[in-house]
Design a binder for this molecule. Structure first.
Ligand SMILES: Nc1ncnc2c1ncn2[C@@H]1O[C@H](COP(=O)(O)OP(=O)(O)OP(=O)(O)O)[C@@H](O)[C@H]1O
Ligand SMILES: [Mg+2]
Length: 384
């Protein structure tokens, strides 16, 4: 639909046409004139008019016949028709007109201000409709592109899981055979090299796992239920302590923190935040991890939860927009190992809940990750 509005004026009286033209000329619409029904039909294009001003008592085809013919010839032209009549229009004819798309009847001689006001409304409606169509097209296009990307992503995930895992499994398998001495005894150096191959294969396997988790995130259906975040954090921290006892961290978990959300996804998010806190505070003398909730202020969209540590921290400003992107790391592998995928996963989980994730940190000053769970968590349901 064209955004520039046009009005079709159909009247066999030249003086009337001049009057309508003078009345409507400065409303920003193009005016098309027709002196008969036949001429009006010639002027019906694919582009809908903002309004058709139609004389009821045309010589030859009358206004109703013209309206009918316009509808028959250009079914797409569903322009509002304003009938003009010098005499009373019989009630039956009025209804006939409405059925043909009349939106109004005005008496001639017309009051110019009234005609202008009505035309201005139809012009505005036309513009709004054109804008809405434009937006609808843009949304449809974006949706089609998204579907394509999604399909590509699925294909990619498939090829990652099948095509990469198979040779990787073979590399790891043959390295194991070498290490076990199936190809004869290996000297110390050779054993070291085999060890490097094994750990690289192990690392790549964990990268593939993370990539698949990230890729599957958008397709994961959420199951919203009450989640006891305090209990979840407590469980995860106990697991971390068992897994990495060499970090003598102490922790504090605020009791009674509940939210509405997807239990499985929230576990994944909290697990990433807590294991980061655990990992990046390993180097300080007394690592301390705190999970809690603070008062929400006006701009917060729901309760604010946080995971705080007193570890290595990082330069949030330098990280900038890369912060929650996959495969971005702000510490070297020699200090802290990782794939750089954890925070991207957390971000997607929080996004899916309609919440927000942000961080306060500085090098050597620990890090606090805050998150909300949007409207889902605003009314915590009682735990059962
Ligand atoms: N609590 C934290 N303290 C200091 N730096 C952090 C903390 N959490 C994240 N970071 C920084 O942000 C980067 C991205 O974190 P993310 O969890 O995505 O990746 P990772 O921990 O390196 O690897 P993994 O994919 O195994 O989680 C980290 O490499 C680290 O530099
Ligand atoms: Mg991490």
């Amino acid at each position: 639909m064209h955004a520039d509005p046009a009005i079709l004026i159909v009247d066999d009286n030249p003086a009337n046409r001049r009057l309508y033209q003078a009345t409507l000329s400065d409303l920003g619409a193009q005016l098309y004139m027709a002196s008969s029904g036949e001429e009006a039909l010639d002027k019906c294009t694919d582009q809908p008019y903002a309004m058709v001003l139609l004389d009821v008592h045309l010589s030859g085809m009358d206004g109703f016949q013209v309206a009918q013919a316009i509808r028959d010839k250009c079914p797409g032209l569903d322009a509002p028709i304003v009938f003009v009549s010098a005499v009373y229009v019989h009630e039956q004819d009025t209804y006939r007109g409405y059925r043909l798309g009349a939106v109004d009847y005005i008496l001639s001689p017309i009051v110019p201000e009234i005609l202008r006001a009505k035309a201005a409304i139809f012009i505005r409606m036309h513009r709004l409709r054109a804008e809405a169509e434009l937006h609808a097209h843009a949304i449809e296009k974006a949706y089609r592109e998204l579907r394509t990307v999604h399909a590509e992503m699925e294909g990619f995930s498939y090829s990652v899981s099948h095509d990469l895992r198979t040779p990787l499994g073979q590399i790891a398998g043959f390295a194991d055979l070498l290490q076990m001495g199936h190809a004869g005894p290996l000297n110390e150096k050779a054993l070291d090299y085999v060890g490097y191959i094994q750990s690289a294969a192990h690392r790549m396997n964990s990268l593939i796992d993370d990539m698949l988790l990230l890729g599957n995130m958008s397709r994961t259906e959420m199951q919203i239920q009450p989640v006891d975040l305090s209990h979840l954090a407590q469980t995860l921290l106990t697991e971390l302590e068992a897994l990495r006892p060499q970090v003598h961290a102490s922790w504090q978990v605020q009791q009674g923190l509940q939210a509405q959300g997807d239990q499985r996804l929230l576990r994944v998010a909290l697990s990433n935040l807590l294991s980061n806190a655990w990992k990046y505070s390993a180097g300080v003398p007394r690592p301390f991890i705190d999970f809690g909730s603070r008062e929400a202020d006006d701009k917060d969209d729901g309760q604010v939860f946080y995971v705080r540590d007193n570890g290595a921290g990082f330069d949030v400003h330098a990280a900038g927009e890369r912060l929650f992107r996959p495969f971005q790391r702000f510490h070297s592998d020699s200090n802290f190992q990782g794939n750089g995928v954890g925070l991207a996963i957390v971000q997607r989980v929080i996004d899916k809940h309609g919440g927000r994730l942000w961080v306060e940190s500085a090098p050597g000053r620990g890090a606090t990750f805050f998150f909300t769970l949007g409207r889902l968590s605003s009314r915590p349901a009682p735990l059962v």
